[in-house]
Design a protein around this ligand. Structure first.
Ligand SMILES: Cc1cc2nc3c(=O)[nH]c(=O)nc-3n(C[C@H](O)[C@H](O)[C@H](O)COP(=O)(O)O)c2cc1C
Length: 390
């Protein structure tokens, strides 16, 4: 099967699994500990039911949505995932280019392989930046100034990585810094010759281009930058004071990514966050965290309606995007869905993932009698219909 023939996102995931060696695929797919969180994220969506409304003229409809005053063609965007260029060379830019083509937001991770300069060049207007706090605060401050100078308008500050989680698939596969080679790697190499060839012909271990400033990146080896990343991120000493500093330094829109508790949500907004990305980091950090979808109604209830709330985690159908919007999200982000597309088929694979999601959203809009995203609401979900006072 080719990426263009993928019928759903699960097909793209299968193609990605076929292309990449097991250690790589497992790193992308895996969650922490028992991977309860992966199931939690899916179940939160799967238990929701739409109650359709019929005899509504839906012949003209649009899923266009805006975020921080920017109009996009759909109510979802590509969330930050680090190290993309390791999974397939050029994957960061495949994601950026496909997002630009499709007119949806792209959030570049500060541990991506490609540089934020290249992403902005390729995907102007839709590229945002995600920042991890670093032990050495000057590293994060340098990144902030660099990104602001490029004209990037929106920063996502990730707060849900206070320590390295226990991702057991990586322990078993030896994926880490440095990689601990296992005997079965050689069999995997034989099964994935194209991946190996692309990896070697693009220079082997890829360099993370956003951790250090461009001039430092040029004179530092890929392995030393990876070590720097491992040393600097995570930082258990990050506090609200760091958010305060970031708010003071960053003049653009600021989104706090990874909040789950309503009090943290309220405090972030009180401290000047312009939006929140409610998230459990794709179940990669705290395995027994609730899903973003579970926490969304409680957070929506205590935050000014004008503040956009975004969610991510487990999105694998257009119906998931609509369900999140019905529960009060303004925008939805995907991580693995488009990344599988990038691994399976570069920009074309990402474009296919986006097209699949858009098509599923469009079909569901007709099914439930909606012509625009502002018509989504809890009134379309069975629980609210059955007990309207809830
Ligand atoms: C391979 C991978 C790498 C990730 N890297 C980052 C990162 O660098 N920064 C960050 O804030 N979140 C990162 N995340 C979390 C995503 O931004 C997002 O919260 C999560 O993937 C959403 O869940 P989903 O993959 O089920 O859509 C990563 C997720 C994956 C799968």
């Amino acid at each position: 099967m080719k990426v263009d023939q993928a019928v759903n996102l699960a097909d793209l995931k299968r193609l990605a699994r076929r292309h990449a060696p097991r250690a790589i695929f497992d790193f992308i797919e895996g969650g922490a500990d028992d991977e309860i969180g992966l199931a939690t994220n899916r179940l939160a969506f799967e238990r929701l039911r739409f109650v359709p409304r019929y005899l509504v003229d839906t012949s003209v409809r649009s899923q266009a949505a805006s975020l921080f005053g920017v109009d996009y063609s759909a109510p979802f965007g590509i969330g930050p995932t680090g190290l993309n260029g390791l999974y397939r060379p050029g994957a960061d830019l495949s994601l950026a280019a496909a997002a630009y083509e499709a007119s949806i937001p792209f959030v570049m991770s500060n541990c991506s392989v490609a540089s934020i300069e290249d992403a902005v060049r390729l995907a102007p207007g839709v590229t945002c930046f995600q920042l991890y706090g670093t032990r050495d605060r000057s590293i994060m401050m340098n990144a902030l100034h660099r990104v602001a100078d490029l004209g990037v308008k929106t920063l996502f500050y990730t707060v849900d990585v206070p320590s390295h989680s226990k991702r057991e698939r990586n322990f078993r596969s030896g994926f880490g810094i440095p990689v601990r080679l296992k005997p079965w790697y050689f069999a995997e190499a034989l099964l994935h010759p194209r991946w190996i060839w692309e990896y070697l012909s693009s220079g082997g271990i890829p360099k993370m281009s956003n951790m250090l400033l461009p001039e430092e990146t040029a004179r530092t080896s890929a392995l030393d930058i990876a070590r720097c990343f491992a040393r600097e991120v995570t930082d258990p000493s990050q506090t609200w004071q760091d958010l305060e500093t970031i708010r003071r330094v960053w003049g653009g829109k600021l989104v706090v990514k990874g909040v789950l508790h309503p009090d943290d949500a309220r405090r972030s907004v009180d401290m000047g966050a312009d939006g929140l990305l409610i998230s459990n980091h794709g179940a990669r950090q705290l395995d027994r965290a609730p899903s973003a979808i579970e926490m969304l109604p409680a957070i929506r209830a205590c935050i000014d309606p004008k503040v956009p709330l975004m969610v991510d985690g487990g999105v694998s159908r257009g119906a998931d995007v609509i369900a999140a919007l019905c529960l009060g999200a303004s925008f939805v982000f995907v991580g693995r869905a488009t990344l599988y597309g990038a691994v399976a088929g570069r920009q074309r694979g990402v474009a296919r993932a986006i097209a699949i999601l858009k098509d599923e959203i469009d079909r569901l809009m007709v099914q439930i009698g909606c012509t625009s995203v502002d018509q989504f609401g809890p009134h379309l979900l069975s629980e609210a219909v059955r007990s309207p006072t809830v």
